[in-house]
Design a protein around this ligand. Structure first.
Ligand code: CMC
Length: 391
């Protein structure tokens, strides 16, 4: 072996070559397969973006229809999965539940582990895209005390997700185009972000040739943490706390800057974006539009805007190039949609699913070697064993 370079957190280490997502943190550029995130968020729908990420090209009408049909054909989840769901306490965090249920998909679909050909991969991919929204809806409904049922396959992919989540047992459900469009946009903005913590996890687990569902389940666990996807929940909890505290944003700014205090301003800062997060710009505008269209006046939005303004003018944040990230405003939109706070990160996972899948598929198609970082050993040198009575 050669010289081992130490790079904690892999701040400067490329783990792979990838043709999926381009990111320039200095310029605030994000592109999926060469298409700018701004253009995709405005013009594409989530399923098209999923196809683009996974297969490399925007689908034709026929390809898109077939993709959607194949996904719909896989939108049934084994009834026994409900028993697993039943065993969780109602207080269980939905991220833990959804990660377990995703892992359990392997048990119910064991053939999905073998992906010898592209055809095998395709089957696993549409299976997961079909079943995951059902698992998300069931996780949510279980918490809400609603019966577990299915959506309506005549609807679009995202429309159906909302219906699966919110339809009342008596059939009451108001399809709201504003909500569908807003969710579509949020999912697109979260769909991929190159080699972040959860995606690297998916690739590294998959590199041992564990199946797709096991790899994605691991990615969901990685996403859960508050420094990663869990930030969207943490942001809203922080904004709520500020509201309860009488809207004293200055106090929280001081806490965030205090090096003795572990508190960080949630939704601020990014490992790669050091100028602005292009997703945050789009989401900020969307938050205003959606709440406006829905006629919601949320004081939390005003607190968020105030906090953003203060931080952008504060030397501590300016010096460290800390800007609002994608999660700073996403939770406000989810809240406006009636999605509870502890489901926010699950919605992120729903959006990130195509990205994880695309990255896993690329890793397998490129026949990448097993992921196996090295270390610099700093422990004891060789020692002789001392029997327990002599220690
Ligand atoms: N509030 C206060 N100080 C911060 C923050 C923050 N949100 N983020 C970074 N800093 C400070 C940090 O204390 C350090 O200061 P110093 O140089 O004085 O020690 C400096 O800025 C650099 O921070 P770092 O931790 O070395 O940067 P990183 O690249 O390792 O971490 C991060 C990036 C996103 C984990 C971090 O900015 C953070 O914890 N942000 C809050 C959590 C959050 O919003 N995460 C969502 C990320 S975007 C969605 C996603 O991809 O999951």
């Amino acid at each position: 072996g050669g010289v081992i370079t130490l790079d904690p957190g892999f701040k400067n280490t490329g783990s792979c070559e990838s043709a999926i997502t381009f990111l320039d943190g200095e310029k605030g550029i994000l592109r999926y397969r060469g298409y700018s995130i701004e253009e995709l968020a405005e013009k594409a729908d989530f399923l098209e973006v999923a196809y683009l990420l996974i297969f490399g090209e925007l689908p034709t009408k026929e390809q898109n229809d077939k993709f959607h049909d194949d996904i719909k054909a896989e939108s049934i989840v084994d009834e026994d999965v409900k028993k697993i769901l039943d065993a969780f306490p109602k207080s269980a965090h939905p991220m833990g539940v959804i990660s377990s249920l995703t892992s359990a998909l392997t048990a119910f679909n064991p053939s999905s582990v073998n992906v010898e050909s592209e055809e095998d991969m395709y089957k696993s991919v549409v299976r997961l895209l079909g079943k995951f929204p059902v698992l998300v809806a069931w996780t949510f409904r279980k918490k809400e005390g609603l019966p577990l049922d299915y959506g309506d396959n005549s609807l679009g992919y995202v429309e159906n997700i909302l219906k699966m989540m919110f339809r009342k047992p008596n059939g009451d459900y108001n399809q709201n185009k504003i909500l569908v469009d807003a969710l579509d946009k949020l999912l697109i903005l979260h769909a991929d972000h190159e080699q972040n913590c959860s995606t690297s996890t998916v690739r590294i687990v998959g590199s041992s040739h564990a199946g797709l569902f096991a790899s994605i389940s691991a990615g969901i666990s990685a996403l859960w943490g508050p420094l990663h996807g869990g930030a969207n929940q943490a942001v809203l909890e922080m904004l709520e706390a500020i509201k309860v505290d009488g809207g004293d944003t200055k106090k929280y700014m001081a806490k965030a800057k205090d090096k003795q205090d572990p508190f960080r301003l949630m939704g601020f800062g990014h490992r790669v974006y050091k100028n602005f997060d292009p997703r945050a710009k789009i989401i900020k505008v969307a938050a205003d539009e959606v709440l406006g269209d829905l006629g919601i006046k949320d004081p939390i939005l005003d607190i968020a805007k105030g906090l953003e303004k203060e931080a952008l003018e504060d030397q501590y944040f300016v010096d460290r190039k800390l800007y609002p990230n994608v999660d700073f405003y996403s939770g406000i939109i989810y809240r406006g949609m009636g999605i509870p706070t502890d489901m926010f990160t699950v919605m992120f996972a729903l959006g990130r699913l195509p990205g994880w899948i695309a990255q896993w598929r690329e890793m397998r198609l490129r026949k990448e070697p097993i992921g196996r970082p090295r270390q610099l050993y700093i422990g004891a040198t060789e020692r002789s064993f001392v029997p327990i009575e002599k220690r």
